[in-house]
Design a protein around this ligand. Structure first.
Ligand SMILES: C[S@@+](CC[C@H](N)C(=O)[O-])C[C@H]1O[C@@H](n2cnc3c(N)ncnc32)[C@H](O)[C@@H]1O
Length: 168
């Protein structure tokens, strides 16, 4: 008798293991880098005009490799502008790795990082319960599990996003 398939959605470690395997055997990150070069500049072209601070929400930021690429593009477009980069990421291990990447990256003086160790749904629920609203200039969720993303919508998190990079 065939064994029932284990769902990746209930096993975060296995999910990340599978994602790493997928990255190693696909052109995912190369495609993402191409997107950064070709499409992102026009997406971020209007998010920070005249602002003293840019608020970014990364949903499922993982270990931060792609987030740091995005931040470098935003820094280049808006030199010297303060960037408040909030990251929703349920995996403590991924947040730890993200912090390591930040520590190993130079030129991040104008970026303030805030990590929220929870799912998008938990974040959204907490914000609602605390009656907090925050406006975002840019929200992205890249390769974050779809089933769970029914839980999050830019509208539901009370946002005013100008550009959303969404794939996967
Ligand atoms: C495949 S990784 C992608 C990481 C990064 N965005 C990238 O493109 O390299 C997806 C990340 O989303 C996180 N994640 C999964 N379900 C989530 C949810 N419901 N809310 C927020 N993040 C979630 C996972 O822990 C994981 O770190």
């Amino acid at each position: 008798m065939a064994l029932p398939m284990r769902s990746l959605f209930t096993d975060p470690d296995r999910y990340l293991q599978s994602f790493r395997l997928f990255l190693a055997n696909s052109t995912e990150h190369q495609c993402m880098q191409e997107f950064m070069e070709r499409q992102l500049p026009s997406v971020i072209g209007s998010i920070g005009n005249g602002k003293s601070a840019i608020n970014i929400l990364s949903v499922g930021g993982g270990a931060g490799e792609i987030d740091l690429l995005i931040l470098s593009k935003i820094q280049a477009r808006y030199p010297g502008v303060t960037i408040n980069n909030h990251v929703i990421e349920p995996s403590a291990d991924q947040i730890f790795k993200y912090k390591e990447h930040v520590a190993a990256t130079s030129n991040l003086e104008n970026v303030k990082f805030t990590w929220h160790e929870e799912t998008a749904y938990e974040y959204e629920s907490r914000m609602s319960a605390e009656k907090k609203t925050k406006k975002w200039d840019f929200i992205h969720m890249i390769q974050t599990r779809k089933q769970r993303l029914g839980e999050v919508s830019p509208k539901a998190i009370s946002t005013e996003e100008r550009g959303v990079g969404r794939r996967g």
